[in-house]
Ligand binder design. Structure first.
Ligand code: PAF
Length: 273
């Protein structure tokens, strides 16, 4: 992979990179299409990164289908699909980690300690191997985007960060590989995430600016189904991820909710005139 990248770079070809954990869906392929229009060569990776999962999380059952992924990635413009093995990525004596500190403490970082340390470590390794000019990440993982942005700045990676919009099912559910875990009833219940964001957006459009009022309204909607358990619903600054008492243009509304045993996340950025 690294040699290919050197060769492309020597020919002044622009490398656009999409890191994934596979089990691709339209959200991933949309990122590959964005990569295609931002580079000469699209490299995507599939690596289910063990160090971003806590011991009790879903590493072993994380869905995998390489044959299907290969077809989808190719159709979406990926030229090279980089699929390293765990052994290649982590030497048995591996002991070097990248940790972005403050902005990984809240939101998903609170209930998934160590998760972002695993993400930034693997993304740094992938950046070093693939040597992209730009990398495309999905807005659905809003905190991941903020953390990677900070890592790129702090570690002086000469990589442009491009953020692709959230891709949704026709009924509004944000696409996620973890949607595959949902039963038919849970799939229906999972719509409360999107519905609560839509309701919040309307409240803000109608003039509400108090974050606590908006969060309370969102909680009511999420709690209206039996299978849900809120991990967090928060209103924060999109860059620093610090909590905000009042909502401004560009404010991030983010939530993580268990539907049955499946933890789902979603978010929206408020646009005010
Ligand atoms: O968003 C993901 O799928 C993963 O966190 C990433 C960026 C591929 C790192 O493992």
């Amino acid at each position: 992979m690294s040699e290919l990248s050197d060769e492309w770079r020597s020919k002044e070809l622009r490398i656009a990179f999409v890191p994934t954990m596979g089990y691709l869906h339209a959200g991933h392929t949309s990122l590959m299409q964005i990569a295609q229009s931002n580079g000469d060569i699209v490299v995507s990776s599939i690596f289910v990164n063990p160090i971003q999962f806590a011991p009790h999380e879903d590493l072993d059952k994380y869905p995998r289908d390489l044959a299907r992924d290969q077809k989808m990635a190719e159709q979406a413009g990926t030229v090279v699909l980089f699929v390293p093995s765990e052994k290649e990525m982590y030497h048995q004596d591996f002991q070097t980690f990248i940790n972005v500190e403050e902005i990984t403490r809240g939101l998903c970082g609170r209930s998934r300690p160590g998760h972002f340390r695993g993400v930034t470590t693997v993304v740094a390794k992938l950046f070093n191997i693939v040597k992209p000019h730009c990398a495309v990440f999905g807005q659905k993982d809003a905190q991941q985007v903020a953390v990677i942005r900070m890592m790129i700045r702090d570690l002086n990676y000469a990589i442009e960060l491009i953020v692709g919009p959230i891709v949704r099912e026709p009924d509004g559910l944000a696409m996620s590989s973890r949607n595959a875990y949902l039963s038919a009833q849970e799939r229906q219940d999972a719509l409360v995430l999107f519905k609560s964001l839509e309701h919040a957006r309307k409240l803000v459009q109608n003039g509400e600016r108090n974050s606590h009022v908006v969060v309370a309204e969102m909680e009511k909607i999420v709690n209206s189904v039996d299978s849900s358990r809120i991990d967090y619903i928060e209103i924060v600054d999109n860059r620093t991820l610090l909590p905000l008492d009042s909502i401004h243009d560009g404010t991030l509304l983010a939530l993580a909710v268990y539907i049955g045993k499946t933890r789902l996340i979603d978010n929206c950025i408020i646009n005010l005139p």
